[in-house]
Design a protein around this ligand. Structure first.
Ligand SMILES: NS(=O)(=O)c1ccc(CCCCO)cc1
Ligand SMILES: [Zn+2]
Length: 262
């Protein structure tokens, strides 16, 4: 497998991903537009339980597409359970998607309206699969908890992440990032929508049970602007490209139903 040949530009962006990743035209692609009135209340859906209190964050890195915080996932120290999930899924990493200055950058939209940004906490089914890589190719392999970000006051804890961004400005950079518990990024309500979808970036595998929290968290424009000082390119590359608008637009629902917790 050669390196990444995709991006978010005109030549390599979401509209041409299908050339190298034909599943982009598949039947359970993500993100999608969530139309609240068309979601189905499922009273059998229990609460979602993120249990991150024994999590071990390892590092923060720039992979040329987003900024990613990775966690130790060799045991069940930090998992998400309940809701639509048949067993606990291990926390592997979280990352963000955002827009340009004054532009929305969420991936999922609600009633056709986007948010300023979207946080994805990525988990994998270690009960059924032996590795994240194997799980990522399986229809019930991954669970991604999606949290919308809206602009307003400073987020009390986001500075811990934005203070580290200068260390990972360029693609391929990584730095230690210990003792961060993503529980501080959750909104107060865990009411959610859930549906079966895919990774929103190549390889676009249709392996994700999406769980989207209805309540957004609030971050400031200043905090969000820090993400835009990141670059898509490596330090040694001539072409400087600001990391922004790293989101895929909504894809066809293709007959899927979005379920709603209470
Ligand atoms: N935006 S997302 O949460 O759907 C997401 C999560 C994780 C990956 C990496 C998959 C690597 C497979 O080998 C890609 C995308
Ligand atoms: Zn994502």
């Amino acid at each position: 497998m050669t390196g990444c040949n995709w991006g978010y530009g005109k030549e390599d962006g979401p509209s041409v991903w299908h050339k190298n990743y034909p599943i982009a035209l598949g039947k359970r692609q993500s993100p999608v537009d969530i139309i609240p009135d068309e979601t189905v209340r499922d009273f059998s859906l229990g609460p979602i339980v993120p249990d991150y209190d024994r999590c071990t964050s390892v590092n923060i890195s720039n992979n040329g597409h987003s900024v990613v915080v990775e966690f130790v996932d060799c045991d069940d120290r930090s998992v998400i359970r309940g809701g639509p999930l048949d067993n606990p899924y291990r926390l592997k990493q979280f990352h963000f998607h955002w827009g340009g200055k004054g532009h929305d950058g969420s991936e999922h939209t609600v009633g056709g309206v986007g948010y300023t940004s979207e946080l994805h906490l990525v988990h994998w089914n270690a009960i059924k699969y032996r590795s994240f890589r194997e799980a990522s190719k399986s229809s019930d392999g991954l669970a991604v908890l999606g949290i919308f970000l809206e602009t307003g006051d400073d987020h009390r804890w986001l500075h811990v992440i934005t203070d580290a961004l200068y260390m990972v400005k360029y693609k391929g950079s990584v730095t230690d990032f210990k003792d961060f518990n993503p529980r501080c990024l959750l909104p107060s309500s865990l009411h959610y929508w859930t549906y079966l979808g895919s990774l929103t970036t190549p390889p676009l595998y249709e392996s994700v049970t999406w769980i989207l929290l209805k309540e957004p968290i609030t971050v400031s424009e200043r905090q969000l602007a820090m993400f835009r000082m990141l670059q898509f390119n490596a330090e040694e590359e001539d072409e400087r490209m600001r990391m922004e608008n790293n989101f895929r637009p909504p894809q066809p629902l293709e007959g899927r139903t979005v379920l709603s917790s209470n």
